[in-house]
Design a protein around this ligand. Structure first.
Ligand SMILES: C[S@@+](CC[C@H](N)C(=O)[O-])C[C@H]1O[C@@H](n2cnc3c(N)ncnc32)[C@H](O)[C@@H]1O
Length: 398
């Protein structure tokens, strides 16, 4: 693989998150910075920003509430020695042989993912279980890259279509209920192939550094350096749940065990609405006032009036989202150098045809905090809905 090709995809392609913003946009936004700059992403996701920053010789720091994404981000920004990569290749071969040799009746751990038989056929599930057990017998360094390959494998061999947020399943034909040894072989072959791909992209070392922190971006940023640039794609106001999409990885890698954990984690995520996070909204009350409360009240009154039974809940959702973002902006201000900038890539949304202009409200909140040169650039139209756009909301800390 050439350096150019690696710069195009490489580690960035390890695992995708549907709403992940493009590495191209990140590179464009940081191109003007001198090497060694500090770039912070308070909503790390799959770690696109810290990885792109580290590739270009900067310090990329990021924060996320989701421990699985912390693990993934750290695996993506690590410097791997040649020795570690060789150990990983050896370990991968042993794991594959063991997986092929393990008896189908072996008593193995499987995740408590709801209706797991919909996700994988009997043969594929058996192969994933033996791969999982074998990978777990290794220490962190070979295990991390094997885990990335494992995640890629479980998607490649699943009945679920991962290319869409709604995650549809192939019609179960009945054949998947019978143990088919060729599926075990195919799953193990997929793992071997994916591991080779992951190891190859890990070979290209990063000229800068990446640091990924577990934390809540509404609270302080004590453990990170002040940024020259804060660049991020925060959650949108669209009830999209990251946990929902990440569930299969999180269960298989041990980051989720019982369904209520997913709801608890999503409640801590800004804009989260998975499971119990929705019912908790019913009794939510604001902790702080925001400078845009009046504007929020005008729009949420319309949503509450026109949304029927769900109207009041969605009105609260929109209020809480911006309340949480206000807490975030207040906290991030002190983590930006004087003269440094912020750049939020955010979309607006609509509820019952009423626009929630998150981009304008972001700009208002930044201005209220004393940011200067606050401006909104329209980046693109988002989809077939004529009203939806993606914006870059920027400002400079004074
Ligand atoms: C749109 S995604 C970021 C996508 C990322 N730019 C990428 O390319 O993968 C938003 C992220 O914010 C995280 N998040 C939500 N609430 C948070 C909070 N309070 N503190 C830190 N991270 C949070 C979510 O877990 C999710 O990973």
């Amino acid at each position: 693989m050439t350096f150019r090709a690696n710069m195009g995809v490489g580690r960035h392609g390890w695992l995708r998150l549907t709403p992940a913003y493009g590495v191209r946009l990140v590179r464009e936004r940081i191109a003007h910075l001198p090497a060694g700059s500090v770039i912070t992403d308070p909503f790390s996701g799959t770690g696109t920003t810290p990885l792109a920053a580290a590739e270009l010789g900067h310090l990329g720091q990021s924060v996320d509430v989701n421990p699985f994404l912390i693990w993934l981000g750290r695996a993506k920004v690590r410097h791997y020695t040649a020795g570690e990569l060789l150990d990983t290749v050896d370990a991968g071969q042993q794991v594959a042989s063991l997986a092929l040799a393990t008896d189908r009746d072996a008593d193995l751990w499987q995740p408590t993912l709801f209706k797991i038989e919909k996700w994988w056929s009997v043969g594929n599930l058996h192969a994933l279980k033996v791969l999982r057990a074998a990978i777990d017998s290794y220490g962190d360094s070979p295990r991390d890259l094997m885990d990335v390959a494992f995640c890629r494998t479980l998607i490649a061999r699943s009945n679920a279509a991962f290319n869409h947020q709604s995650m549809s399943f192939k019609d179960p034909s009945g054949e998947g209920l019978v143990f088919d040894v060729s599926e075990v072989e195919a799953t193990v072959a997929t793992f071997t192939h994916e591991l080779a791909h992951v190891v190859e992209s890990a070979q290209f070392d990063l000229s800068g550094e990446g640091e990924i922190h577990l934390g809540d971006s509404r609270e302080g940023f004590s453990n990170i350096k002040e940024a020259d640039l804060v660049l991020t794609s925060p959650p949108y106001v669209n009830r999209m749940s990251y946990i929902r999409e990440l569930r299969p990885y999180m269960y298989w890698l041990g980051y989720l065990d019982i369904a209520s954990d997913a709801g608890d984690l999503d409640w801590r995520a800004i804009g989260g609405t998975w499971g119990t996070a929705t019912s908790k909204l019913n009794s939510w009350t604001p902790e702080v006032e925001t400078p845009i409360d009046d504007q929020i009240a005008v729009v949420t009154a319309k949503i509450a009036a026109d949304g029927g039974k769900n109207g009041p809940l969605l009105a609260t959702y929109v209020h809480k989202y911006h309340h949480d973002m206000w807490q975030h902006f207040t906290a991030i201000k002190n983590a930006v150098k004087v003269g440094g900038s912020v750049s939020y890539i955010i979309g607006n949304s609509t509820f019952y045809k009423h626009e929630v202009p998150a981009h304008q409200w972001y700009a208002d909140m930044l201005k209220a905090l004393g940011f200067e040169n606050v401006e909104i650039e329209t980046i693109r139209k988002r989809n077939s809905n004529k009203a939806l756009f993606e914006y870059d909301v920027r400002g400079v800390r004074m």
